[in-house]
Design a protein around this ligand. Structure first.
Ligand SMILES: C[S@@+](CC[C@H](N)C(=O)[O-])C[C@H]1O[C@@H](n2cnc3c(N)ncnc32)[C@H](O)[C@@H]1O
Length: 200
């Protein structure tokens, strides 16, 4: 069980490994490094805004990828990971709209930017392990109406080394035109994810 008494801070939180059970085929289970509650809240809020493209940074075993596909079957999903992870079970249970890409997203030549240039409404979901770096590299390419999801979110994460005008991810995102999507469960249930909308 997650110890909810601990502050949201990815240095302090234990790793969660929970099976995502396919809603279409309950015999299919894929381990996710995230909680079911966090997953369901995030997908409910994302589904309300119906992105047509999801770019996931750090797919791991692909459990959350499958969850996003089942929640938004019409969306194209481009999921990246630096490791070559066996994804046969997931691949057998998703449509051709889902692609897994073996790539280092922190490398400036990564294909991530190509996908973020699509004009359709997008969700960029950052879960590769270095949120500060991912957000700094890619949030600026999102357009008005697009969403940014960040897992293992911590308001304390400083971006001051990279951007002198901002002292945290929060102030950096506000500075470049994002507004935090408020939902009481994020705070009250100490969810690990947060969602931002590009409004300006
Ligand atoms: C926390 S896990 C992802 C968990 C997954 N999203 C889930 O919900 O189950 C982080 C993943 O990021 C990947 N990763 C770490 N650095 C990366 C990089 N520079 N580029 C792409 N993927 C990276 C790791 O290999 C790992 O699989």
């Amino acid at each position: 069980m997650l110890d909810h008494s601990k502050k949201i801070n990815n240095m302090e939180q234990p790793k969660i490994n929970i099976p995502y059970v396919s809603k279409k085929n309950p015999a299919v289970e894929v381990i996710m490094q995230r909680s079911i509650e966090d997953t369901e809240l995030l997908l409910k809020l994302v589904a309300e805004r119906k992105p047509s493209l999801i770019v996931e940074l750090g797919h791991g075993n692909g459990g959350f990828t499958m969850a996003m596909h089942e929640a938004l079957p019409m969306a194209y999903i481009k999921s990246f990971d630096i490791r070559k992870i066996p994804l046969d079970v997931v691949m057998d249970n998703v449509s051709g709209r889902v692609s897994f890409i073996n790539d280092d997203v922190l490398d400036g030549s990564s294909a991530v930017r190509t996908y973020l240039a699509w004009s359709n409404r997008k969700l960029l979901y950052c879960d590769n392990g270095n949120k500060t770096q991912e957000v700094l590299m890619y949030a600026k390419y999102l357009n008005k109406g697009d969403m940014l999801g960040v897992h293992d979110y911590s308001v304390q994460q400083s971006v001051s080394d990279a951007l002198a005008t901002s002292s945290s991810i929060e102030s950096y995102l506000e500075y470049i035109g994002f507004k935090k999507h408020h939902h009481e469960d994020f705070e009250e249930k100490l969810m690990r994810s947060r969602l931002w909308i590009k409004t300006g």
